[in-house]
Design a protein. Structure first.
Length: 318
């Protein structure tokens, strides 16, 4: 059964009534089609109204929904012949970041992304998508390989941030993030990024300094989580909702600010309600972005990418 979010309580109640009606009529000799049809129409309108007016805090809840498509789901649906490549050749393997070779709609590519996991066991194994330095060094290794063989790079961002543990800091977390960001900016091949769920802090930017940055309609992208921001500024998580609004974390805000390039629409009620359709829409957007860069040489790709990021935040500065 689908997991409903706090603000979806009226939707859950209506869907429950529809299920009850169908269950009650099963095997009985009477037709309730018209009643169910009316309730389904009401449900559709309620979903549309609710999701058209989500607050930043509510969008954050949708972005973190456990049933949204994750990296493994998207790779399995959109690519063929995916061959994962493990390890950073320095310390070890980090399963919070997965990457490898694949064919996306018939074309060879390198695909890299965060994997949060789908159940308790896999979430622990993937460290909830929070990468350690070896995860970013693995991403650098794979981007180097893509550059060497002239393969476009696709990255999928879904992390609350890089892992802040002592071991990660001892192994150079900040340096690994900086080098991974620099590698993105210096690539001589097309780089397309999508924020598919949560894009948090440098842990997201490290694989997201791309020619084209796409973002799912109800995803979030921020320099710090709303809870982290509230704990720093107000010393309490009770202000997290205010922080979510102030941080401008939504796709709509970020498109206006020029931080992202395009919003990828989600099915009504969020990507978790129709995962296959959401992933198909994402695939179309990635394909369109890659086609727009066809024929561009490495120097131009690097120049356009760097100019784009250097221009961010400069508007209005003397």
């Amino acid at each position: 059964m689908m997991t409903f979010l706090e603000f979806e309580k009226p939707i859950a109640e209506l869907e429950g009534k529809i299920r009850e009606l169908r269950s009650f009529s099963h095997g009985r000799d009477f037709d309730i089609g018209s009643e169910v049809g009316q309730l389904e129409g009401k449900l559709g309108r309620l979903l549309k109204d609710t999701y058209a007016n989500l607050t930043p805090w509510q969008k954050m809840q949708v972005a973190r929904h456990p049933e949204r498509p994750h990296f493994k789901d998207i790779v399995a649906h959109l690519t063929e012949d995916f061959t994962p490549l493990a390890g950073d050749r320095t310390f070890g393997e980090d399963e919070a970041v997965i990457g490898g070779l694949a064919r996306f709609r018939g074309e060879a590519c390198v695909i890299i992304g965060h994997e949060k996991g789908s159940d308790t066991e896999s979430r622990i194994r993937h460290n909830f998508g929070m990468a350690r330095p070896e995860g970013y060094r693995k991403a650098i290794r794979l981007m180097d390989m893509a550059d060497r063989f002239g393969l476009p790079v696709i990255t999928l961002v879904d992390t609350s941030g890089a892992y802040p543990g002592v071991g990660a800091e001892e192994r150079g977390q900040a340096e690994a993030i900086a080098r991974s960001t620099d590698k993105c900016l210096s690539l001589g091949v097309p780089l397309v990024t999508t924020i598919v769920g949560e894009g948090g802090s440098g842990g997201a930017v490290a694989i997201a300094a791309a020619n084209t940055v796409l973002m799912f309609e109800h995803a979030i992208y921020s320099v710090i989580s709303p809870e982290g921001c509230a704990s720093i500024l107000w010393r309490t998580n009770e202000k997290a909702k205010d922080a979510a609004t102030a941080l401008k974390i939504t796709a709509q805000d970020l498109l206006t600010l020029g931080v992202i390039d395009k919003i990828v629409a989600e099915p009504l009620g969020g990507a978790h309600r129709d995962r296959e359709r959401a992933m198909n829409m994402l695939g179309d957007a990635i394909e369109e972005s890659l086609k727009s860069m066809a024929g561009m040489d490495g120097e131009r790709l690097r120049r356009v990418r760097r100019e784009k990021f250097l221009a961010m935040g400069a508007k209005g500065i003397n």
